[in-house]
Design a protein around this ligand. Structure first.
Ligand SMILES: CCCCC/C=C/C(=O)SCCNC(=O)CCNC(=O)[C@H](O)C(C)(C)COP(=O)(O)OP(=O)(O)OC[C@H]1O[C@@H](n2cnc3c(N)ncnc32)[C@H](O)[C@@H]1OP(=O)(O)O
Length: 305
């Protein structure tokens, strides 16, 4: 059974379903510890912007965004995120990741707008490639991915949550989530849109994207953007329970099902990556778009005063 699954997975990997995952799914590849031995200690690695704690006994890693003030996704953050994902993906003891924030009230403010303002074409190219890479890795991950949205999560922050297998959000109407790009005068790329459609369906995605809607947590639940609302103090407990439920299944069956569901959307970006980068750089370089982004940044600053 395990051998057959591995052969199938190898074929799928060759045909490009999971273009970035190097591991082959195997039956229950959790670290197996003979009964009676003491629990393995937690391993941790932390760079500047993300703290990762790996619980070796459960096979679950927790990734905490810690990039003040608002966990915006700049080039350094995206690079660190990709490296952390790759490390965990290649770690046979790791079967699941919980993605959350260490910054109170903010999950992530989305792409760092300053990375898209007044920079060179080379910079936009490098930045956009990093955004694509982050999504490709997360969306195609073999691990169970669980977003614990413990604060507001607009645009790119919402994309991270949407790319996970399951979303739990803190039950606080002050926290909002959604793909609000239209409010900035920019357009969510096709793979943001496809990820959104795969979670909420065509109608909700179309309306939300056109209006650039940011939904307070209760509405986000109503429209299926998140799967559950949980009181903030119960998030950790709930995340552990949800993860245990997902990890109770044989890895290979879940992984092959996941790649089957996500293959078409992943393949589309892989096939059109360079074109997508060109579209982004030419779009964001337009003076009208630069003006919109500058105005939006000014609006954010004015809101404070
Ligand atoms: C062109 C192709 C499509 C590209 C697809 C784009 C995807 C994206 O993700 S675009 C980014 C969309 N993000 C947003 O619209 C969020 C904007 N931010 C907010 O709404 C709020 O900041 C908040 C709800 C996330 C947090 O509010 P609050 O706690 O009140 O904090 P402040 O607003 O005072 O922000 C603190 C500080 O951070 C700066 N900032 C906030 N968001 C961003 C960002 N996304 N990029 C860069 N900088 C950001 C904000 O300007 C403040 O700066 P200072 O005034 O210098 O302190």
């Amino acid at each position: 059974m395990a051998a057959a699954a591995a052969t199938l997975a190898r074929r799928i990997t060759r045909s490009g379903v999971l273009p970035l995952c190097r591991r082959l799914p195997v039956w229950g590849r959790a670290a197996r510890r003979p009964p009676g031995l003491p629990l393995a200690p937690c391993r941790a690695f932390s760079n500047k912007k993300i703290q990762v704690d790996m619980n070796e006994s459960s096979g679950v890693a927790t990734m905490k965004f810690k990039s003040p003030p608002v966990n915006s996704l700049n080039l350094d953050f995206l690079t660190e995120f990709c490296i952390s994902l790759e490390k965990l993906e290649n770690d046979r003891a790791c079967r699941g990741i919980i993605i959350t924030s260490a910054i109170p009230k903010i999950f992530s403010s989305g792409l760092d707008i300053t990375e898209m303002c007044g920079k060179s074409t080379e910079h936009y190219t490098e930045f956009w490639r990093a955004v694509q890479e982050m999504w490709l890795r997360l969306y195609s991950s073999n691990m169970v991915t669980l977003a614990v949205v413990n604060g507001s999560s607009p645009a790119g922050g919402c994309l991270i949550a949407l790319s996970c297998d399951y979303r739990i959000m803190a039950d606080n109407p002050k926290y909002t989530i959604g793909l609000n790009e239209a409010q900035l005068g920019i357009v969510a790329p096709f793979w943001f849109k496809d990820t959104f459609v795969n979670v909420v369906g065509q109608r909700v995605a179309e309306r939300s994207l056109q209006l650039g809607s940011l939904y307070p947590a209760p509405e986000a639940l109503k429209f299926g953007i998140v799967d559950e609302l949980v009181p903030e103090e119960k998030l950790q407990e709930k995340a552990t329970a949800v993860m245990a439920q997902w990890l109770a299944l044989p890895d290979h069956a879940r992984q092959i099902t996941k790649s089957m569901m996500r293959k078409a959307v992943l393949d589309l970006l892989v096939a059109h990556r360079e074109e997508d980068i060109k579209n982004f750089t030419s779009f964001v370089s337009k003076e009208s778009i630069q003006k919109s982004l500058r105005m939006y940044m000014e609006m954010l600053k004015k809101k404070k005063s």
